[in-house]
Ligand binder design. Structure first.
Ligand SMILES: N[C@@H](CCC(=O)N[C@@H](CSC=O)C(=O)NCC(=O)O)C(=O)O
Length: 279
């Protein structure tokens, strides 16, 4: 692992790091904020998964999570959203697929299967690297994310309920199998057999029996992707049907941007901190 940069912030350290990923077979970059409390012992770890077109830098620059993470004593890890590099296949001009749009799945279709393995990267390789190099309490992990990253957070939590104690999302894609901007990506990464998509679709996972203790979702009512791409009420309904507690806050007038995310970032950090402190 190489250190790209570090900067002191709110008594902690915001760092950017890179490494050669065996899983994605390319160099990957990620951001980690370590709070001041880490000087006296391991801290709970919160994963933030970003949306389409993002790298690790969008939330680091605009998410405004450091003041509260420092106050609560939480490490925040912000991975990239796809493999990178000149050798990684891409679709030039398509912001909903390829680089910046890994959808947190392990591709099975060529030519994407070699590099597009973001599910394994986020659930296996990067956690091992974090555990080895940062003062993280790996028994206290939470996960959250935005849009495509909200989809990543919900599906990864549902598939790994023993790993994560808490999960929340900002404007998540809750049913990617039926949304216009994600369906083509699932087809190209996972193939045309829709049965394979269900394991990466939050609504389908719940319908098929996956369980998680509870969810928090914040969604702006002025989000231009709300009705076509996001539809958080579908996940609310799926959870309510099987008795999973869910809080869906519809935030009047907020859009899909980091102005929205940063407004409710403190609420999400505090919500996770409460759940990660327990036990
Ligand atoms: N086509 C536009 C819009 C891209 C966009 O809105 N991306 C969102 C995530 S959308 C779902 O995953 C985002 O987080 N953008 C980064 C940001 O810093 O706002 C475009 O290409 O700009």
């Amino acid at each position: 692992m190489k250190t790209v940069s570090t900067a002191r912030s709110h008594g902690g350290v915001q760092g950017v790091y890179s490494h050669t990923s065996k899983t994605c077979q390319c160099d990957m970059t990620f951001a980690v904020f370590v709070p001041p409390q880490a000087a006296s012992g391991p801290c709970p770890l919160l994963w933030y998964l970003s949306g389409l077109t993002c790298t690790h830098a969008n939330v680091m620059d605009k998410g405004e999570y450091r003041r509260m993470a420092a106050e609560l004593g939480m490490i925040v890890v912000c991975p990239d959203t796809s493999p990178r590099g000149d050798d990684v296949p891409d679709e030039a001009g398509n912001w909903q697929f390829g680089k910046g749009a890994g959808f947190y799945v392990d591709a099975t279709q060529e030519p994407f299967a070699k590099n597009y393995r973001m599910y394994s990267y986020i659930t296996e390789e990067l956690p091992a690297l974090i555990a080895e190099n940062f003062p993280a309490d790996m028994d206290r992990q939470g996960i959250f994310g935005h849009s495509m990253g909200g989809h990543g957070a919900l599906t990864i939590a549902l598939k790994n309920p023993d790993r994560f104690r808490s999960c929340s999302a900002f404007a998540p894609i809750v049913e990617p199998s039926t949304a216009g901007w994600s369906k083509p990506a699932l087809e190209k990464y996972l193939g045309t057999d829709e049965a394979a998509w269900r394991g990466h679709d939050a609504c389908a996972l719940v319908a098929d029996g996956a369980r998680f203790p509870e969810f928090l979702i914040d969604q702006g009512t002025a989000d231009s992707f709300l009705d076509e791409g996001l539809r958080p009420w579908l996940f609310e309904k799926a959870c309510e049907k099987v008795g999973i507690p869910i809080t869906l806050n519809m935030r009047e007038g907020y859009d899909h941007s980091y102005f929205f995310i940063s407004t409710f970032m403190d609420d999400h950090l505090a919500w996770h901190a409460k759940r990660l402190a327990a036990g």
